[in-house]
Design a protein around this ligand. Structure first.
Ligand code: HEM
Length: 410
């Protein structure tokens, strides 16, 4: 039987081992250890161990080829489970996510979701908090409990209303409501539906919001990219409003989005737990071992990209874009458990990028420090303070062509 992957021993510290370093600064240490130990290594701590893989064929093995052996998700997901329950959307086909009754609740849910996100982040930063019962009477636990209760009330209210009037809407919630278990023909319980709806609210909100923040930042820092983007947007801007059909004309905009997701992949790492003994890169992976696929390493490595530190949307031109099977670019994951919101997110980002840049200029607030913070998502640590000016102030052509109906995004 082959041996376990090499165990990381650096940096040496009498009390704090590599687990401490990787928690504090994963974006630095994970790639450094690939240089020291090769494409696969193991980080061990008294609380468990994780194998990290850094070669495309190993990532493919875990996420795609042998995914049944790596199904169970690992620690970060147990934090998310507090918010989402056990929701996982498995429905297929084209759908609009939610109709107006659910969208109407967006303003009510954003506050509680922010509180719960804060709670999840705190738990990840301080894993020992898992030892305390969630009902332990601290002000923070109380706030998260209240937020969860009001979210549950909103979501259950929508589900009850839909059950009373099922046929009116044609969206994801109706699909979930009418979905039946194969064999038994049983539909989902209200609790299962609640978990599915929460999964989509949570998985789809923070990821796309952060992707948009990074894109605005990157474009504002690269005048030649901004010029090309604005030229395309002004040339292709449809007088009668954006539709999914005419979004296809914005090909450079799409490259800008793909390149920003390479530079700042908002889901920066994927975790799995091995459920059946396997061999990875000639090493034994026992059941129970956590396996980490750090997406950002694949996106940033000089092995796979020339000048990876450069923001260059032309990497995603039809001639240059890497094929999916190369497994060097996968911001939405890969294999059967990849993102179900992939196309929805790209469409949201396209609409926002086009509409925002058509009407406004974005500049980073002078002196503002931007720093990536890799928690559940890769987000700007201190937010993204930008000065926003209407383009019509300095580009009269935008005003003359822009009718209020132009903003319609149907
Ligand atoms: C830029 C935006 C987004 C990015 C970068 C992103 C990225 C990802 C990634 C990398 C995964 C795979 C995680 C894993 O393998 O463990 C994932 C899963 C998932 N995403 Fe997204 N996502 C985005 C937007 C969305 C949106 C808008 C939705 C829903 C409306 C969504 C719903 C989900 C769900 C439900 C899963 C779990 C799928 C499963 O476990 O089978 N995501 N996402």
């Amino acid at each position: 039987m082959s041996s376990l992957p090499p165990r990381v021993t650096s940096p040496r510290h009498w009390l704090r081992g590599p687990t401490y370093s990787v928690r504090r600064d994963p974006l630095r240490w994970i790639p450094n250890w690939f240089k020291d130990y090769g494409d696969i290594y193991r980080i061990a701590s008294p609380l468990g161990q994780a194998t990290v893989v850094g070669a495309p064929e190993l990532a493919r093995q875990v996420l795609v080829d042998r995914y049944p052996r790596y199904q169970q998700k690992s620690q970060a997901y147990s934090v998310l489970r507090i918010l989402m329950g056990n929701g996982l959307v498995t429905s297929e086909g084209e759908f609009s996510m939610f109709s107006s009754d659910v969208r109407g609740a967006a303003a009510d849910v954003s506050g509680p979701i922010a509180t719960l996100n804060e709670y999840a982040l705190r738990m990840l930063r301080r894993p020992w908090l898992f030892l305390l019962p969630r009902r332990f009477p601290t002000p923070f636990n109380h706030a998260q409990y209240r937020a969860l209760r009001s979210l549950n009330e909103i979501v259950h209210g929508i589900i009850r209303a839909r059950r009373r009037q099922p046929a009116v809407h044609d969206d994801l919630l109706t699909m979930l409501l009418t979905a039946c278990e194969e064999g038994t023909g049983r539909g989902m319980t209200d609790e299962q539906l609640r978990d599915e709806v929460m999964t989509i609210f949570v998985a789809g909100h923070e990821t796309t919001a952060n992707a948009m923040a990074w894109l605005l930042y990157l474009v504002s820092q690269h005048s030649e990219v901004e010029e090309q983007l604005l030229a395309e947007i002004d040339a292709q801007w449809p007088g009668n409003g954006l539709t999914p059909e005419n979004l296809g004309a914005f090909s450079y905009t799409c490259q800008v989005i793909e390149e920003s997701l390479r530079v700042y992949p908002t889901i920066w790492s994927i975790g799995r737990r091995c459920t059946e003994e396997d061999e990875l890169g000639g090493h034994r992976i026992p059941p129970g071992m956590n396996v980490v696929v750090p997406i950002f390493h694949f996106h940033w490595s000089e092995r796979f990209w020339s000048a990876p530190e450069k923001f260059d949307p032309s990497r995603f031109s039809p001639e240059r874009r890497p094929p999916p099977e190369a497994m060097v670019y996968f911001p939405f994951g890969a294999g059967p458990r990849s993102c179900i919101g992939n196309h929805f997110a790209l469409q949201e980002l396209m609409i926002m990028t086009v509409v925002f840049h058509r009407h406004f200029q974005f500049r980073l607030q002078p002196g503002f420090a931007v720093e990536p913070d890799p928690l559940i998502t890769l987000r700007p640590k201190h937010g993204m303070a930008m000065v926003i000016r209407p383009r019509r102030e300095f580009l009269p052509s935008v005003e003359s062509k822009t009718q209020s109906s132009d903003l319609a995004t149907r």
